[in-house]
Design a protein around this ligand. Structure first.
Ligand code: F6P
Length: 373
């Protein structure tokens, strides 16, 4: 590991960027990175709205006062965007018709250099980090920080934002219990997570769900209904059940439910919860209700765990920059924060999925929770 070697007399200029969907803990990373950089005498710049800010040269210098009082705040003070990749910028003709996407990555690299930045800390999920990796190959010195409520990034045992999302989802499941019980209903709650079932699995187990449906285990609705009927046995009156469904779950032989497919590579998932509720209603005759927890899972103040992890990631990313250890990603390998090559974390486009032999899955099965398989 070499430390940064500079000839320039002006202070080192660190740029920070948050990309992709927001998630609780982003401001903790920004604060920790900025404060660590200030302590080294560096200047810190916040690029606005993710890669959009690098395309349009929108960035502002961050002063210590800008990162005061933000540790506990959700969202990101820099703004973010999950629609712009400099490698595929959407273009429209005069009549509004879609034209071939443009690769404007070289322009982004030029902008980065002309703005006088020396290094970039890119805080984002697999999409943002993959773009950062490609920009690094084009000459931008990058250190990545893994963020996502979905917890689907390889090489880190957990991402910040996940713990907060699970806490919010668990709280929602707790609140569904009394109303489900009072009416003897089946309540189906759809949770986020994209193609990974971590949020549904962890909050489902922590919230005492009866059925948990995750993308990693295609389900059979007959098995789900068997579980619901089994809970009725020997009880007078209707008995309630709580079903947690990850937005990316699908039935055996079925496909994922999409809310919209108009956003290119990242179609928006959604609708599986309502479908499962309707099918359970038809097949069991039970009264069912469904809800989608949606973006509430991305909101609110980060939990203590996420504030601490975000702070550790932000500070560790600055240490990596200071040592000139670029094209890396900081990662939690308990109990330490380590650096892994960005290429290893996101290079092959693979995301992390729930291991079917994980102790949470085995414990859930042991407790009689149904995965519908
Ligand atoms: O990746 C985070 C996430 O919240 C996913 O869980 C979800 O599928 C997606 O983003 C929603 O994206 P958007 O905010 O664009 O609707």
């Amino acid at each position: 590991m070499s430390s940064i070697n500079r000839r320039s007399k002006r202070p080192f200029r660190l740029a920070l960027l948050t990309g992709g969907g927001d998630c609780p803990g982003l401001n903790a990373v920004i604060r920790a990175a900025a404060r660590s950089a200030f302590a080294l005498g560096w200047e810190v710049f916040g690029i606005e709205d993710g890669f959009e800010g690098l395309l349009t040269k929108r960035a502002h210098q961050l002063e210590p006062r800008d990162v005061r009082g933000i540790l506990h705040l959700g969202g990101t003070i820099l703004g973010t965007s999950n629609r712009v990749s400099p490698f595929r910028v959407e273009r429209r003709g005069k009549n509004g018709a879609k034209m071939k996407d443009a690769d404007r990555s070289s322009e982004v690299v030029r902008n980065f250099k002309s703005m006088g930045f020396d290094a970039l800390i890119a805080i984002g999920g697999d999409g943002t980090l993959s773009i950062a990796l490609r920009l690094s190959a084009k000459g931008i010195p990058v250190v990545g920080v893994p963020k996502t409520i979905d917890n689907d990034i390889e090489q880190t045992s957990v991402t910040f934002g996940f713990d907060t999302a699970v806490a919010t989802a668990t709280d929602a499941i707790d609140k569904l219990h009394p109303t489900a019980e009072a009416h003897g209903r089946v309540m189906v709650v759809e949770l986020m997570g994209r193609n990974a079932g971590f949020i549904a699995l962890n909050s489902g187990v922590a919230g005492g769900a009866d059925v948990i449906l995750i993308p990693e285990i295609p389900f059979n609705l007959d098995r789900v209904c068997e579980k619901i009927k089994e809970r009725e046995k020997g009880r007078r009156g209707g008995y309630f059940s709580i079903v947690v469904v990850a937005e990316g779950a699908r039935s055996m032989g079925g496909t994922v439910h999409l809310r919209s497919n108009d956003e290119g590579e990242t179609p928006r998932l959604g609708g599986i919860g309502q479908w499962v509720a309707e099918e359970i209603g038809k097949r069991t005759g039970k009264e069912t209700r469904s809800l989608v927890l949606g973006h509430l899972q991305r909101g609110g103040a980060p939990t203590t765990f996420d504030r601490l992890l975000g702070t550790r990631f932000g500070a560790a990313a600055v240490r990596a920059v200071a040592e000139g250890d670029f094209e890396t990603m900081v990662a939690l390998k308990p109990p330490s924060i380590e650096r892994v090559p960005l290429k290893v974390a996101v290079g092959d486009g693979r995301t992390k999925r729930v291991p079917l032999d994980s102790d949470v899955v085995l414990s859930a099965r042991g407790l009689g929770i149904s995965f519908g398989d």
